[in-house]
Design a binder for this molecule. Sequence first.
Ligand SMILES: Nc1ncnc2c1ncn2[C@@H]1O[C@H](COP(=O)(O)OP(=O)(O)OP(=O)(O)O)[C@@H](O)[C@H]1O
Length: 246
Amino acid sequence: MSGPVLALKGVSVNRGEVPIVHDVSLDVEPGTVTVVLGANGAGKTTLMDGIAGLAKATSGTIQLGGTAMERLPVYKRAQAGLGYVEQARTVFRTLTVEQNLLVSRSGAGDLETVYGLFPELNKRRGLQAGHLSGGEQQMLVLGRALISDPKVVLIDEMSLGLAPVVVRRLMHAVKDLVGLGIAVLLIEQFANLALEVGANAYVLRKGRVVFDGPCDELRGDGERLHEFYFGAVPAGAGAEAEGETR
Ligand SMILES: Nc1ncnc2c1ncn2[C@@H]1O[C@H](COP(=O)(O)OP(=O)(O)OP(=O)(O)O)[C@@H](O)[C@H]1O
């Protein structure tokens, strides 16, 4: 397929009656990770919810593999190949690792692909998911998205509460998803880690896109990121800016 696998044009999204996301156009190219950055409250989750159908898109078009999604209910978007790893999504704690995967399986998704990506889960197939570490539970959440045979996976901040070394492992897995032919749209609070795995980035501020370009342009540029997140950088605040956007 040529062209983006997921394409948004002029998308605005409401929470209830409140407009939060304004006129966003965004492309996710096949075989890439596309990163969405922005300060708390910028509208990143609302944008993802709008794509998945959990929040109302009031204008614009959303195409997945060339098919219009914007009028479809959530489950049809999922059936069409839109996977969504929501923020703070959890596992079924009393089911085993394997049962967690089996309840999410559809299409051509298969267990061995997931276990190949996550040897940590392979070793714990029969363990109740509630006994996994936080990082392993997040791997299982990713595995459940993968086994639903998606074309694109939306991932919203899977690093919440996890140690940086674990986040790095998860970022590696995100890159591996791309190797399996799945495109990823990634929200991540550790901006520099996300920019390492991403090809293109979008920065949201107050619900609008204020940057759209290759991750290379932003990688390591704490000052610019700070400006996008918080406004103008105070004189001599470059180092802190890097810290604040991680
Ligand atoms: N259910 C809701 N009802 C009303 N307003 C909401 C709701 N959820 C979020 N908002 C508001 O929408 C705005 C954008 O929130 P959103 O969660 O999309 O931002 P975000 O960039 O994902 O932030 P974070 O990094 O904190 O998750 C915020 O002002 C928030 O208060």
